[in-house]
Write a protein that binds this ligand. Structure first.
Ligand code: ATP
Ligand code: MG
Length: 650
């Protein structure tokens, strides 16, 4: 790829405050030492940490096994249990410490100490065994954000069963695809969930999914979250509480090989059909543990709230596993950010004394629309670190998060990673000087580079394919049952064994990484390469724009034209006023980036089509921009009616 023509004009630098420098666990010297050690001895660096941070029932002697590359294996002759590492090992010193603080949609609160969590997980592990689930069996977890979801995951890990959490908002069809692909034996679900003041049924989707085929599913365990009646199929379905009645609180965690699959997780499908990403036990837990320490500096006084659903990788690594492995207190929240009003997140932060808060740019932008008055009504002074994940964060949203939520004092930890990477890859430590919109630098032990399409490494300032040059412990092990897809998707380069991320990025003169978006999101307008994210940021910096998505559409002369889908902070204007605003926005982009980036089409809607994890479904927007009929699967969309809004305006 050639030079990026329009580099973000962002050059603000935010140094960590003295308070941060003096209080966080990892200072500049330690960080420099880690980088030095990692670059001198890559495998030794990770192996020493694996010995130091995790409890092994059988110590490993092999660090990295490359014999079946690109299926890399780590700590191959070691054995451990992930649930033991997340719970049991804390009991001696932290049995009365809160592990989970749960707030339901209606404001109901439940807490579990480490001891209580241990007893509950053991009971459920015994239940799973009593229901015939054995090590290596696949278990689907289709549940809302309630503690029982984490309990079910931990119980699977405890007996060596491989879970696959399917997001509770997915349709019966999406659920069936995943049940079939994983060839699961058991489904764990609830009768329903509560979101935004409503009761939402869940079990019906399981019944529909299992209607045809899926004979491999022998049991469905149903936790009753709501008072609603639930259809139970004789001989197949069993109530959670009945199933665990009489089960012991004692359970000996089953040691598994470091490479034993801990879980499968299907990617969000923003780019194609979801892939069943297979993760390991030892390597995965190591990076999950470390990044909770490194990026979030979690210690004994922290209350950590990651708002991600357990249906996504973020809810695995930063809710169900990583923070527990370090012995932290986590918050889980069942509801939505806008119920009963758009101050809900800030109320939860205040009421539970959240110190480290981790959410997605889409949530920040949505809440930013309501202004600073709402957050200012709550006491957010306990917050000390703020994180973001999921998409590039535009500088506008970064600044709002930093100034309004973080009082200008909390570092913004912008974490770049993927389902496949298992844990953070490029992200700041709390002491890293920050640039709004950049995820800063690769972690120690992670070697990232930017390549052109021929596989040549590019210099600073040049945009291209982001790759990871060396294997790391929490990397994807396989696409479940599809070796070929694993190799062709992630290791497509002929002569270099690099992991190809699928995102494009560039490194600035200081070595900071800027993610430009998916590889197929870079537009080529009259021979100029433009990152969609930059045009989006430019639009969002206009006072009337809340959110924007840019896609390309074929254009006879320019090659590609720029199509903008825009959500406003104000009512969508009609007639002449609409044309005036369109002209104003085009001019604004021209001023911010250059005339080449001016959107050719601007369409307004009340929201953008997003997956339930909050990612913009650009493949659908591309079809709309081209004027095509939508034929793709839209079952993972949060609100399918949004598409019609944009289509009608064409
Ligand atoms: P699929 O692979 O099925 O298309 P997906 O890529 O959306 O789904 P995830 O693994 O949840 O599924 O998302 C990872 C992607 O999200 C990254 O490849 C990147 O494009 C984007 N991303 C995540 N965090 C950041 C971040 N901090 N900055 C920029 N982009 C990010
Ligand atoms: Mg992806």
């Amino acid at each position: 790829m050639s030079n990026i023509e329009s580099i973000l004009t962002e050059n603000r630098l935010f140094e960590p405050s003295d308070k941060i420098k003096n209080t966080v666990a990892i200072d500049e010297n330690q960080l420099a030492e880690m980088y030095a050690k990692a670059s001198n001895d890559h495998v030794g660096f990770w192996s020493d940490l694996a010995k130091e941070k995790l409890n092994w029932t059988k110590p490993f002697t092999v660090g990295l096994d490359e014999s079946n590359a690109p299926h890399y294996k780590w700590f191959t002759d070691g054995e451990l249990n992930v649930s033991y590492n997340c719970i049991d090992r804390h009991l001696e010193t932290k049995s009365d410490k809160k592990a989970i603080i749960f707030e339901g949609d209606q404001g109901d609160v439940q807490t579990y100490t480490y001891k209580e969590l241990h007893d509950q997980v053991c009971r459920f592990a015994n239940t799973l065994t009593a229901q015939g689930i054995e090590k290596g069996d696949r278990v689907i977890i289709y549940m809302p954000m309630i503690p029982q979801a984490v309990i079910a995951m931990q119980a699977c890990a405890r007996i060596g069963a491989i879970h696959s959490v399917v997001f509770g908002g997915f349709s019966a069809e999406a659920l069936r695809d995943r049940i079939e692909n994983a060839n699961a034996k058991l489904v764990i679900t609830t009768n329903g969930s509560r979101r935004g003041g409503k009761t939402i049924p869940l079990k019906g989707a399981v019944d529909d999914a299992l209607e045809k085929g899926c004979d491999h599913v022998k049991r469905v365990i149903v936790y009753r979250r709501t008072d609603d009646e639930v259809n139970m199929q004789e001989g197949r379905d069993i109530d959670w509480l009945e199933a665990e009645a009489g089960m012991s609180n004692y359970h000996e965690a089953v040691p598994v090989n470091a490479e034993h699959p801990l879980f499968l997780l299907y990617t969000s499908g923003s780019t194609g059909t979801p892939k069943g990403v297979q993760h390991s036990s030892g390597g995965y837990l190591l990076n999950a543990h470390l990044t909770n320490e490194w990026m979030f500096d979690l210690n004994d006084n922290d209350v950590f709230w990651c708002t991600a659903d357990v249906g996504w990788i973020t809810g695995h690594t930063y809710v169900a596993y990583g923070p527990l492995s370090v012995g932290a207190t986590i918050v889980m929240f069942e509801g939505v950010p806008t119920y009963p009003d758009a101050g809900r997140f800030w109320q939860v932060c205040q009421d539970h004394g959240v110190t480290v808060f981790y959410t997605a740019p889409t949530a920040i932008r949505a809440l930013m629309k309501f202004g600073g008055d709402l957050p200012n009504q709550y006491d957010l002074t306990k917050l000390r670190l703020l994180g973001t994940v999921g998409e590039p964060i535009n500088p506008e949203a970064w600044m709002w998060y930093h100034d309004v939520i973080g009082r200008g004092e909390c570092p913004i930890i912008d974490t770049w990673w993927q389902t496949e990477t298992g844990a953070h890859m490029i992200a700041p430590f709390p002491i890293t000087p920050l640039k709004p919109g950049s995820c800063t630098k690769p972690l120690p032990g992670i070697e990232a580079a930017i390549l052109d399409e021929e596989g040549n490494e590019l210099g600073r300032g040049e945009g291209g394919l982001l790759v990871i040059k060396k294997p790391w412990p929490s990397m994807i092990r396989n696409v479940w049952g599809d070796d070929e897809r694993y190799k062709s998707t992630y290791f497509p380069l002929k002569d270099v064994p690099y992991y190809v991320v699928g995102d494009s990025a560039y490194q600035d003169k200081d070595g900071y990484f800027w993610i430009l978006g998916r590889v197929d999101d870079v537009l080529n307008v009259s021979g100029h390469r433009l990152g969609t994210m930059e045009i989006e940021s430019a639009l969002v910096s206009h006072v009337k724009v809340a959110e924007a998505a840019i896609v390309g559409r074929p254009h006879d002369i320019k090659g590609e034209a720029v199509a903008a889908f825009v959500v406003l902070n104000v009512d969508i204007p009609k007639g002449d006023a609409r044309n005036v605003l369109i002209a104003e926005l085009r001019e604004h982009v021209s001023k911010e980036i250059g005339p080449i980036a001016k959107p050719d089409d601007i369409l307004f809607g009340t929201n953008l089509p997003k997956t339930r994890s909050g990612k913009i479904m650009r493949r659908l927007l591309r079809s709309i921009a081209k004027g095509e009929e939508i034929t793709q699967d839209t079952s993972s969309l949060e609100d399918p009616s949004i598409l019609e809004q944009f289509q009608k305006k064409k």
